[in-house]
Design a protein around this ligand. Sequence first.
Ligand code: ADP
Ligand code: MG
Length: 170
Amino acid sequence: MAEETQGRIASETNSVVTRSAEETIAWGREFARGLAAPLLVLLTGDLGSGKTTLTKGIVAGLGAADEEDVTSPTFTLVHVYEGERSHTGAGASGSNGANAAPAKSVVYHGDLYRIESFHDFETLGLEDAFAKPAVMILEWSEKFPLQAPWPQVRLRLEHLGGDSRRITIG
Ligand code: ADP
Ligand code: MG
């Protein structure tokens, strides 16, 4: 019975419907608050379902870049955002803590949509990124088998018509 309850809760709470790109970005910002490197974030969903839009929120929420600076890596294949996390937990106003170097937030954002062969995929060298803890967000990751030693979270996006999108965790 506990399992049944858990299943029901999971199916009710693991997805959200957003009604605009702004709402998806805002959801991504909130979602990012619970994330910590190293982590692989796999985004699945059709073209136009909102993967890149959601990534704007996640990257901004992680403090790696402003959302307007996050653009689709469809042609460039991988973007790297490196920002200094502004929050330190305790009043970040002064921020010249000499003995506490600000933590860098490193986020890779890749898109495998235009990669056609396994050879090209390997040439990307995504595995090299696993040397240091970061967050790697991948669109169309399902196209190739990525050997990743990091924990993963999968977010599925669905176009519900108009400006509505469903985002499902897992
Ligand atoms: P993908 O990366 O999955 O191909 P994009 O994020 O590039 O998708 O494109 C999604 C498009 O849909 C953008 O033009 C965005 O403004 C628009 N859009 C409309 N409503 C939403 C929504 N609720 N969530 C995300 N994007 C939305
Ligand atoms: Mg995209």
